[in-house]
Design a protein around this ligand. Structure first.
Ligand code: ADP
Ligand code: MG
Length: 254
């Protein structure tokens, strides 16, 4: 059976893999230039973390990749194909927000399946994908509940599940653990690391938490005032910071 045209941006055979190329991305809000020329390559299956001080442009960069903001100039490519003209829902990207962004009136199951329903995926296929993602995230007992009947950690797992069922080429996470208490943060971080390994997914993840950055990342991108200060593995940044800003950011507890 052919997939509907609206799903053409998603991966065939359920592979969650894609690469990303950013070419000199600039983004201004009025006269305020927030992103000042970002160049970056993210490979298939890589876990890339953006760190940097509050207000440096991390969320704006994620939103630009997702198509929720248009770059003022430069180019966003997925698998080498320019997506500047492609609507957010058609980019093959799933984003997980700090605030979960679940629909309060829908059950867990319907929250997780909504994106697929809107894309015209047949009901049986939605059921199968939601059941599989719920299994990965230990959410089976909660499928009939509404978000208000869940803990913060469970809500965030639903938001992650909703991303998984869409089989995106890129997962984007914007400070997904910031609203969780310390113990849940650790559990959910380990869960995301496990998902990255089992799905072999390409993940881009914003955090201001060094432990998250150092333990999850294949590659850390240090941002400051709309520019990249350094890109490297956690050990490269720790052992050979390019400048005092990176040394301070990576080396000192926040
Ligand atoms: P971060 O996620 O690193 O904390 P943001 O990307 O949210 O930073 O914001 C970067 C800068 O862009 C901030 O100065 C913020 O006020 C500004 N900004 C973000 N979104 C908008 C918007 N929609 N309109 C105007 N300014 C914005
Ligand atoms: Mg932010």
């Amino acid at each position: 059976m052919c997939a509907p045209a609206s799903r053409s941006s998603f991966n065939p055979r359920g592979r969650h893999v894609g690469s990303l190329q950013l070419k000199t991305i600039r983004k201004a809000f009025g006269s305020h230039e927030v992103l000042k020329g970002i160049d970056l390559d993210v490979k298939d299956g890589e876990f890339v973390i953006f760190v940097g001080p509050s207000g440096c442009g991390k969320s704006t960069l994620l939103r630009t990749i997702a198509g929720l903001e248009d770059a003022t100039s430069g180019s966003v490519q997925i698998d080498g194909v320019e997506v500047g003209h492609v609507a957010p829902a058609k980019r093959g990207i799933a984003m997980v927000f700090q605030s979960y962004a679940l629909y309060p009136h829908l059950t867990v199951k319907d929250n997780m399946g909504l994106g697929l329903k809107q894309a015209g995926v047949p009901k049986a296929e939605i059921e199968e994908k939601v059941a599989k993602a719920a299994g990965m995230l230990s959410l089976e007992p909660y499928l009939a509940r509404r978000p208000a009947e869940l803990s913060g950690g469970q809500r965030q797992r639903v938001a992650i599940g909703r991303a998984i069922v869409r089989e995106p080429k890129l997962f984007l996470f914007d400070e997904p653990l910031s609203n969780l208490d310390a113990a849940l943060r650790v559990n959910t971080r380990l869960e995301i690391a496990r998902l990255h390994r089992s799905l072999k997914a390409t993940m881009i993840y914003v955090t201001h938490d060094q432990v998250e950055a150092m333990t999850l990342a294949d590659k850390i991108v240090v941002l400051n005032a709309g520019r990249i200060e350094q890109v490297g593995s956690p050990m490269e940044l720790y052992n050979r910071p390019a400048n005092l800003f990176v040394a301070g950011f990576i080396g000192s507890p926040q």
